[in-house]
Design a protein around this ligand. Structure first.
Ligand SMILES: Cc1ncc(COP(=O)(O)O)c(C=O)c1O
Length: 451
């Protein structure tokens, strides 16, 4: 209906649309329905968001009798989380992203200059598809130093974020109806990627104590999944860390049942107490693990640098997939990252960042301690996984929170089985302390009116 109204030019180009609340009242629908419609219009490029003040009509929309019929219907794809993250609110608790003011911005212009001085033709050439050789060698040394593993730089593939690595895996190893095993809950965009590839999904639960390894074995034996995608260190969204004994057994099972493990390690350096246990790939002796390590979150999301450690037998398949995706990640980004990564500043940055994030986590926990909501305090990562008490309905809470300009992620977004959830994910990494306090206060107020 909104599409037709835009096509009918009810609002002119660049005119602000009425608020979600107004439209919901006017059209006698729930506010969430309007919110979803706005997200769809945004995806279809019919509206855009400006300065967080609201939704505006895009210019140059040609109305036609087929206005809402694309020339070719796309195969359905979704990215639930990113739709919610683009909601226009003042207090985003949806962003498992680090506050940009905590990142080393002040140094990057110097590194950009240094890179142009050292490699004047850096923008005049493609990078090798598998990644810059200097960066791959540097990362091989880094993994030897930090994980005690010998990894040849030939086994390293640089990707444009962990998200691309997950996508390359899905493209390379899955055909529709192949079985994929996922943790429940699981990182939402990974679920969407595997679903988008037509995979049949089976799940095993992950809790604060890791997996029930007998359940993992039973699932591998019964369903024979081609791969098991895991995020075992400061798991998103639960914050869980899978213990070393389970990591060891997991690689044994993977070898026995011929199931490829895809280990997504996006948060290992964000720990608040002791360092987490070594990655699953370090226990692997049978080349059963592809390891994905992102450096986006806490160095520079904008550079989009991640690395995969690939068993040699799988490397060429992944390099081909990478070449078909983008012919290699931008060389400039890789070189800027390399020079920062090799500097002493990286360690100093980590030390400060861990303290800043721990403080923010504690601020969030302090505010939530006034409620009967429950969570296990994570030893690292960016999120609290909060269990709401009986009587709190998550969608009603989200609607009430959006009305107070606060957004969080409902637990169901992380459920590969699409079951109803009484959990919500609150990220403490994006807002500063005072905004975090205010955001949580508003959320709790929304909850008080909701129960
Ligand atoms: C578990 C997990 N994997 C992958 C990603 C994507 O990371 P990147 O920015 O490296 O693409 C995220 C981002 O939230 C994540 O939480």
């Amino acid at each position: 209906m909104l599409v037709q109204r835009i096509d009918r030019r009810e609002w002119r180009a660049h005119e602000k649309l009425p608020s979600i609340r107004q439209l919901a009242l006017e059209m006698k629908v729930h506010r969430l329905t309007v919110f979803k419609a706005f997200q769809m219009l945004k995806q279809q490029n019919k509206v855009y968001v400006k300065d967080k003040t609201g939704y505006y009509v895009q210019s140059g929309i040609a109305p036609s009798e087929f206005a809402d019929e694309p020339l070719v219907n796309a195969y359905p794809r979704q990215n639930l989380l990113s739709a919610l993250q683009s909601a226009v609110v003042d207090y985003h608790l949806t962003q498992a992203l680090i506050d940009p003011s905590l990142l080393p911005n002040q140094y990057f212009s110097a590194y950009v200059k240094k890179v142009f001085d050292l490699y004047p033709k850096v923008l005049s050439t493609y990078a090798p598809v598998e990644g810059d050789s200097e960066l791959r060698e540097s990362l091989a040394r880094y993994f030897a130093r930090t994980c005690g593993t010998y990894v040849s730089s030939e086994q390293l593939l640089i990707t444009t974020g962990a998200q691309q690595a997950i996508h390359l895996v899905a493209q390379s190893f899955l055909k529709p109806r192949d079985t994929v095993m996922l943790e429940r809950p699981s990182y939402s965009a990974a679920i969407d990627t595997f679903r988008g590839q037509g995979a049949h999904i089976v799940t095993v639960d992950i809790t604060e104590s890791g997996y029930d390894m007998d359940a993992v074995e039973a699932a591998m034996r019964t369903y024979k999944p081609r791969l098991f995608y895991i995020n075992p260190t400061f798991h998103n969204p639960t914050g869980a860390v899978v213990p070393a004994s389970q990591r060891k057994r997991l690689v044994e099972l993977a070898d026995r049942y011929r199931c490829l493990i895809i280990e997504d390690d996006t948060y290992p350096d964000i720990y608040f107490g002791s360092k987490p246990v070594p990655p699953v790939y370090t226990f692997d002796t049978a080349e059963s693990v592809i390891y994905i390590r992102s450096f986006c979150k806490y160095v520079s999301p904008g550079l989009r640098i991640a690395a995969m450690i690939c068993p040699p037998a799988l490397m060429s398949t992944l390099v081909t997939a990478k070449s078909l995706a983008d012919n290699g990640s931008p060389l400039l980004n890789q070189k800027i990252f390399l020079h920062y990564f090799e500097s002493e500043r990286l360690q100093q940055h980590f030390d400060k960042l861990r303290i800043a994030l721990q403080i923010r986590k504690e601020v969030m926990e302090e505010e939530l301690s006034r409620t009967d909501w429950q969570w296990v305090s994570p030893g690292g990562g960016l999120n609290l996984w909060v269990q709401l008490p009986a009587g709190q309905d998550v969608s009603r809470l989200l609607a009430a929170a959006l009305e107070r300009s606060v957004a969080f992620v409902p637990g169901s977004y992380f459920d590969p089985d699409n079951r109803a959830s009484t959990h919500i994910r609150l990220s403490y990494s994006y807002l500063n302390e005072s905004r975090l306090r205010e955001g949580i206060r508003r959320l709790v107020e929304a909850g008080n009116g909701n129960s």
